[in-house]
Design a protein around this ligand. Structure first.
Ligand SMILES: Cc1cc2nc3c(=O)[nH]c(=O)nc-3n(C[C@H](O)[C@H](O)[C@H](O)COP(=O)(O)OP(=O)(O)OC[C@H]3O[C@@H](n4cnc5c(N)ncnc54)[C@H](O)[C@@H]3O)c2cc1C
Length: 294
């Protein structure tokens, strides 16, 4: 029995991808195309879950993010070695020369892991704001600025954020209304917003805010991964983390040269593709070394 327990744990999957947003879906596609056994876990909580139209994505400008995920899932269905499960992972830990992922009462093993779990936004605590988030309220002018051209736009931001947004949105031709910290209630009405301020109500077509964000999942902490000052996982140009065999992509991770993730669908997909390719390279190296040791 002793010699059995000292054997390396059996590895079921080549890769477990945690996250079914743009980064994870693309990583799974890249791995599936190399006929790697992949398990993709998706807890169904997407950063852009409330967004009706996503922009700044050539060939799909204005597409609903949910439709994009549907199309990506349909692409994955063509690859026999890719399995998708709609569940949340709870824990990731090293296990022999691979990793074990705990999902509720069960566990799955893999040689490599891709963390594509994204980040979570902490919105200002204003009644009605969450209902408008991703619709009339946004944080990124690249994603949602053009639609407000010539509109009346409230800016609930202060300091350098306010200067930057003002410069970008002025160019777009919006009428800007700085309201930093004064909004007490938000109501979606007539395709725009009624904002209750200290002593008045104003109507605007949209509003920008600057939420803080944090990791959606505890896996970076569980694995002791190096982080950037932003709180995101530090990765190199191949999306490798500080733990061999663990890759990270999308909003959850970025290179040390960047101050924060360059959050977008396209950059997340690109990072997922690189992470998938890097997993394949890691697996090939590992398999060649196993053959050499025989
Ligand atoms: C309001 C808003 C509007 C935006 N508009 C645009 C736009 O117009 N154009 C654009 O390009 N970008 C836009 N973005 C940015 C874009 O949505 C993100 O950059 C992108 O979604 C990041 O992709 P991701 O795969 O890293 O993370 P996400 O899309 O957030 O996906 C994370 C995945 O991880 C899963 N997950 C997390 N924890 C677990 C767990 N424990 N177990 C299993 N699964 C888990 C989640 O369920 C989800 O499937 C917008 C963002 C916001 C907030």
């Amino acid at each position: 029995m002793d010699h059995l327990t000292s054997l390396p744990a059996r590895t079921t999957y080549d890769t477990i991808v945690i996250g079914g947003g743009p980064a994870g879906l693309q990583a799974a596609l890249t791995l599936g195309r190399m006929h790697r056994d992949v398990l993709l876990l998706d807890s169904g909580r997407y950063r852009n879950g409330t967004v009706e139209h996503a922009h700044n994505y050539a060939t799909h400008d204005g597409i609903a993010p949910a439709e994009l995920r549907r199309l990506a899932r349909a692409d994955l269905a063509a690859y026999d070695t890719v399995e998708v499960r709609e569940v949340a992972a709870d824990r990731v830990e090293p296990d022999g020369d691979g990793f074990v992922v705990t999902i509720g009462d069960s566990t799955e093993r893999a040689a490599t892991v891709v963390l594509a779990t994204g980040v979570r936004d902490a919105l200002p605590d204003v009644p009605g704001l969450a209902e408008a988030w991703g619709k009339e309220v946004a944080h990124c002018p690249f994603c949602h600025g053009h639609e407000l051209a010539r509109g009346r736009v409230a800016l609930d931001v202060e300091g350098p954020h306010l200067d930057r947004l003002t410069a970008m949105l002025t160019r777009i031709g919006a009428e800007l209304v700085p309201v930093g910290g004064r909004v007490q209630r938000v109501e979606r009405i007539g395709g725009g917003l009624d904002l209750t301020l200290d002593d008045s109500t104003i109507h605007v077509d949209g509003m920008f805010v600057a939420p803080s964000f944090s990791q959606s999942a505890p896996f970076a902490e569980q694995l002791g991964l190096d982080l950037n000052d932003s709180g995101c996982v530090r990765v190199d140009a191949f999306q490798s983390t500080s733990v061999a065999g663990v890759f990270a992509a999308g909003d959850a991770a970025h290179h040390r040269d960047l101050p924060m993730p360059m959050s977008s669908i396209l950059t997340s997909q690109a990072a997922g593709l690189v992470a998938g390719g890097a997993c394949v390279q890691h697996l090939l190296t590992r398999e060649a070394s196993a053959v050499a040791q025989r």
